[in-house]
Design a protein around this ligand. Structure first.
Ligand SMILES: Cc1ncc(C[n+]2csc(CCOP(=O)(O)OP(=O)(O)O)c2C)c(N)n1
Ligand SMILES: [Mg+2]
Length: 442
């Protein structure tokens, strides 16, 4: 403060050169952030980093006085393109692939949800209603872009090529699970597909994703990172740290918020007071877009444009995709306790990403009832085949719980491992060891 006032006085007396020298000596931030030209100093505040004008109005900024950031969309609810040049013209093949992916995910969700209800797997999370955010965004990425997910992004991984067998094996924790049965169901990961393994502790993926994007930038790799998260996770401290680091380090990362209206039972009206998640973007100095997450084409265009900003400007982008979680939060939740059936029905019947894309296809004669019927049967057959195969497969050896976690097994894990082996030596007959790889004779 003292230095700033002294500088201004010096400048008033025309001692600009002296001032500049003093400034260079006293504070590098001042010289870096403030335009110290005499004529500007009277007009504008000289605070480091300031872009403001002076005002004599004592007026608080109140977000309720501003309209919400608009929601970008390409199609209306009837699948009609709104602006003539709005259609990304992805072509019949690509659109059909998107539609088949979205509906396949839907079918897989139904089977695995029921499987949990029947006690065959321990846990599951569906993506009902959010299929457009998954497929629209992942289709706009390059296959070597790195993905950090939260947990409700199975469609993103499906688009990358994760097979039904791989999904099922993970949920069953069988011998073909890439995670060797060490994670709860839906905690997928694939090194080959550049999809970082899910850790469902909220928002942990966000600072990690920023670190990864910074590393990709330093490598000059031409790759970017996309980080998915829910509007609930956005309230975590890690989310704010991640957004600010990404902005100040100019990281090539897309923050993709799936705003599905709920964080388990907490509705968005209790989650934040400002203009959603997009409303925070300008505060971080980040290019920001709010998009209709149920409009797959709009999500595609938004993500493709964000990717270009990341690469061409080496800057982060925040996308808030507005959607609705039609299913329960997870198999541990019963959403009828906190929302009405009518509310859910509205989104299911009037604003569903799958039916909207289908209408778009039907208007172009790319899809009809017969194709739908055939695909429904075929997709169900594929899902059931993978489901039956996964259930039959044996589990990994219990040793896998301990190995391959650290580079070398640390003493405390060695101790636990030996203790478990000793236990199984005496009481193995009480466990279904035959179902575990290489343990049938234990
Ligand atoms: C740090 C942390 N706190 C709480 C939880 C419990 N939890 C799991 S999911 C969830 C809600 C997250 O909501 P949102 O981010 O909106 O994602 P959505 O489930 O809606 O996709 C909560 C509170 C957690 N996993 N981690
Ligand atoms: Mg949510």
């Amino acid at each position: 403060m003292f230095v700033s006032r002294s500088l201004i006085k010096l400048q008033r007396y025309g001692l600009i050169k002296v001032c500049r020298n003093l400034c260079n000596q006293s504070s590098t931030t001042s010289t870096g952030n403030v335009d110290l030209k005499l004529e500007n100093l009277e007009e504008k505040p000289a605070f480091p980093g300031s872009r403001s004008k002076w005002t004599s109005q004592l007026e608080f900024i109140r977000s309720e006085n501003y309209e919400g950031i608009p929601v970008y969309r390409v199609m209306d609810r009837e699948g009609k393109i709104i602006e003539p040049d709005g259609d990304p013209n992805l072509g019949q093949e690509m659109i059909t692939k998107l539609y088949k992916g979205m509906t396949l995910l839907n079918t897989m969700d139904r089977v695995l949800y029921e499987s949990q209800r029947q006690g065959r797997i321990s846990f599951y999370m569906t993506s009902y209603g959010e299929e457009g955010t998954h497929f629209g965004s992942s289709a706009a990425l390059r296959s070597d872009d790195l993905i950090f997910g939260q947990y409700r992004e199975a469609g993103v991984l499906m688009w990358r090529g994760f097979t039904l067998d791989q999904f099922m094996s993970q949920c069953y924790g069988n011998i073909d699970d890439l995670g060797k049965g060490r994670q709860m169901p839906v905690h997928y990961g694939s090194k080959d597909l550049n999809f970082v393994t899910i850790s469902s502790t909220l928002a942990t993926q966000m600072p990690q994703a920023v670190g990864a994007s910074y590393a990709l930038k330093r490598q000059g790799s031409g790759r970017i990172v996309i980080c998915y998260f829910g509007e609930g996770a956005s309230s975590e401290g890690d989310a704010h740290a991640a957004l600010n680091f990404a902005a100040t380090l100019d990281c090539p990362i897309i923050f993709f918020c799936r705003n599905n209206g709920y964080a388990i039972s907490t509705p968005t009206r209790e989650q934040y007071r400002g203009d959603g998640i997009a409303g925070r973007g300008p505060g971080y100095g980040m290019a920001t877009l709010r998009v209709d997450g149920n409009d797959t084409l709009a999500v595609y265009k938004a993500t493709a444009a964000a990717r270009r900003i990341c690469l061409e400007e080496s800057k982060p982008v925040l996308i808030e995709a507005m959607t609705y979680r039609i299913g329960h939060h997870s198999t541990s939740d019963d959403s009828t306790a906190y929302r009405s059936v009518d509310e859910v029905r509205f989104w299911h019947q009037k604003d569903h990403p799958i039916s909207r894309l289908r209408k778009y296809m039907e208007q172009r004669s790319w899809w009809n009832d017969e194709l739908e019927k055939d695909w429904k049967e075929e997709s169900k057959r594929q899902v059931m085949q993978a489901f039956v195969a996964a259930e039959k497969k044996i589990k990994p050896n219990v040793k896998e719980m301990f190995t391959d976690v650290y580079d070398e097994m640390p003493p405390h894990l060695t101790e636990q491992y030996e203790s478990l082996m000793e236990h199984l030596k005496h009481y193995g007959e009480h466990y279904p060891l035959k179902k575990f790889n290489g343990m049938g004779d234990s």
